[in-house]
Every structure is written in structure tokens, then in C-alpha cells.
Design a protein around this ligand. Structure first.
Ligand SMILES: [Zn+2]
Length: 196
């Protein structure tokens, strides 16, 4: 299916997806395409979002690069694998943004604070510029409070899922008034329900 990107000058809407624990199963510092497992049912939700006119944008912290766990050039192969698995089910991602930094990193060129690592909203803001997004009409799905904090700073809605690391954060999320749902499929259902 062709991406719904609007080229006529109107703003676009996006669904921002955290990667590990939301779009794909979490694996500690996942760096090999062989480790990629799509979350159950996610491709159907992505197809539905595209039909509804949403761009699908992955925003992922990859501090394993700064920590020296894997090289930055391992990341595109993982994303290619995600694309291949989704394409086999008629779905796809429009753009990937990742942050390779960490302030306590061991690899010098990545060892710094930055504006892209969530909870900072840099990746969302960059995507908003690149794709002319209406952030107020967009939403994010994450499994950590840092994802939701990035969404809040960017001015878009957010859902915390209980997959990945989500269970660790569910109680604090609820206390903070964040919608907590079982998984990304449920998050998409809930958001589209409110967006009508
Ligand atoms: Zn960064």
C-alpha cells in the first residue's frame, strides 16, 4: 500500500511507534536481523492506520551504539528486516528515527547528552519538520515513561503498552494519567476511537 504522505501542503498525521517492546519483541540490545519478531497483530493495525491516513514513524533509542554493544551500521539491517516482515503482510513503516547517543557511553563520538534521546522530543520534532506533521493530531505508542514524556513534550497523545518493559511502568503511568493498554494493537484501536 502506498504511503498516505500528503504533498499538497496540508499537514500530515503520524503514529509514532517505539521499536523494541512495541513494534517488535524486546530483546536486550537487539542488533541482529535474526532477532526481529513482529508483535502479534501489529501489521493489521499498521495497515488500518495507513488507510486512515497516518504516517508510521518509528522513534527508537539505541544507546547500544554509544555503549559499544553494536555498531551504528547494524541498525539499518534490523530495520530492513522489519520492513521485509511487514511487507509480507501488506504493511510498512514510512520512516525510522533512532538516537545512538548516551551520556554515559563508552564510544567517544556517541557519548554525549543530546536532544534526540527520549524523553527528549528531538526525534519527533525532526519528523514533524521532515514530514510536515500536525503533532496535535498525532500519537505515540511506547513501553516506557520516557516515550510518553517525549510525546508530551512534542504535544502529541501517547499510550503506554504493557508489552516490552511496559509492566514496569504501568502503575506510575496510570498514576500520571497516561492511558495504559495491553499492546500496540489496543493502542491503535483506542486512539482511532477517540479520533473519530
Ligand atoms: Zn541522541
Amino acid at each position: 500500500m502506498v504511503s498516505p504522505l500528503d504533498t499538497s501542503g496540508n499537514p500530515n498525521r503520524a503514529c509514532f511507534l517505539d521499536r523494541d517492546g512495541v513494534l517488535i519483541e524486546d530483546a536486550h540490545y537487539l542488533s541482529s536481523p535474526d532477532q526481529v519478531r513482529l508483535m502479534p497483530g501489529i501489521s493489521g493495525s499498521l495497515r488500518r492506520l495507513r488507510q486512515e491516513g497516518y504516517l508510521l514513524i518509528v522513534v527508537t533509542n539505541q544507546s547500544g551504539v554509544a555503549r559499544g554493544v553494536f555498531p551504528e551500521d547494524a541498525i539499518p539491517a534490523v530495520h530492513q528486516r522489519i520492513d521485509d516482515l511487514l511487507a509480507a503482510e501488506g504493511a510498512g513503516i514510512d520512516a525510522y528515527y533512532y538516537c545512538p547517543h548516551h551520556v554515559e557511553g563508552t564510544v567517544k563520538r556517541y557519548a554525549r547528552s543530546c536532544s534526540c534521546r527520549k524523553p527528549e522530543p528531538g526525534m519527533l520534532l525532526a519528523a514533524a519538520t521532515d514530514y510536515r506533521l500536525d503533532l496535535g493530531a498525532s500519537f505515540l505508542i511506547g513501553d516506557k515513561l520516557s516515550d510518553l514524556q517525549a510525546a508530551e513534550k512534542a504535544g502529541c497523545a501517547g499510550y503506554l503498552v504493557e508489552t516490552g518493559h511496559g509492566r514496569e511502568y504501568a502503575e506510575r503511568g496510570r498514576a500520571a494519567g497516561i492511558p495504559v493498554v495491553a499492546d500496540a494493537v489496543s493502542a491503535v484501536d483506542a486512539f482511532l476511537e477517540t479520533a473519530r
